[in-house]
Write a protein that binds this ligand. Sequence first.
Ligand code: SAH
Length: 401
Amino acid sequence: MNCSITLEASKERPIVRRHPWVYATAIKRVDGQPKAGATVQILSQDGRWIAKGAYSPLSKIRVRVWSWSESEAIDHAFFKRKISTAIQHRQQWVRGTNAIRLIAGEADGLPGLIVDQYDRVIVCQFLSAGVEYWRDAIIGALLEQTRCTLMVERSDAAVRAREGLAEQSGILFGEHDGEPISVNEHGVQYGIDVLGGHKTGFYIDQRDNRRMVSELSKDRRVLNMFCYTGGFSLAALQGGAKSVMSVDSSGDALALAQRQMIMNGYSPELATWHDADAFATLRELRGAQEKFDLIVLDPPKFAPSAQHLERALKAYKEINRAALQLLNPGGLLFTFSCSGAVSPQHFEQMIASSVSEALGHMQDEATNYRVMQRLAAGLDHPVLASFPEGEYLKGLLLQRT
Ligand code: SAH
């Protein structure tokens, strides 16, 4: 059955120019009764064919484009091709690790699909009606092309509700003894809890930034706020940090981090782990006039959507100002936001105002902070140039003069 949607004339341009989302407000008419996830043809107001995509009746993002080629069928072979292309791309770009994002949604032409590989384990998230509709085809293609021993689904993300889908997770293939999956990233062994951890279990996107922290940690006193399972903490220990203080409010994540520290053979006396609120801890450290040479601030998503932007920016500013004040002269701050609603411009403005507030509290006229580098997710998290919204992780490396 051939269902179609017709776009409002004023809303055609982005779709023609390869933006993969059609908002409900851009649709003038729906012909046929497309089911959730079914393929619809996307037409211009005067009936020209533009693209085809997956219909999602409840989402504000009503259609996500699969293809701009009229002759390309959306079938099992389509998913096999897309998955194979994505995997080849990673083989070309990713080195030094066996924790890799194999499929990054829109950037790989598969809107709503996230697939991460941890050694021989595959973890998938089906986050849109379209990929849910084709899940068997996708799972089949992944099994065939990755030769994994275990496949886990972690579609327990809140965004599923916006697509009218219930959260779902569990084992799709193979058996799992519950032990963390061990991966090696640039010589550090990380343990991944694929069933109980955040998202798919690990923040693969921070790989290059972990490496940079490792390279810059020698003899430094390091503070890792929002440390989760200790990604940046272990990188700092690998790099020869003098000490590493790590803070997170998740006891389970901290327990896994400590286990991994031992597995890697790092001396436990160099590290302290604190199950605490980051905001309160930053205030206490300030009160105690503690100082650090390298600080990592990688908080959770403070702005789940644009509505939360203002409040989120306040929270980002509070922790960044505090962290800037905790730096020794010459000290480094790696600061991040993974909120899609916070643009790189918002982020940099927020940092500029955190810096001016931090400087306002200081007596020393010679102090300033320099932006040394802009930071982003690794090469296995590409962003489509026609879809800048896909860039969610942004960060800055600042140095106190
Ligand atoms: N930096 C981590 C990822 C951080 S994810 C890495 O590279 O792996 C965000 C973390 O913040 C989660 O582990 C969550 O438990 C923690 N968290 C959320 N709110 C917090 C709070 N108020 N204080 C401390 N930790 C918090």
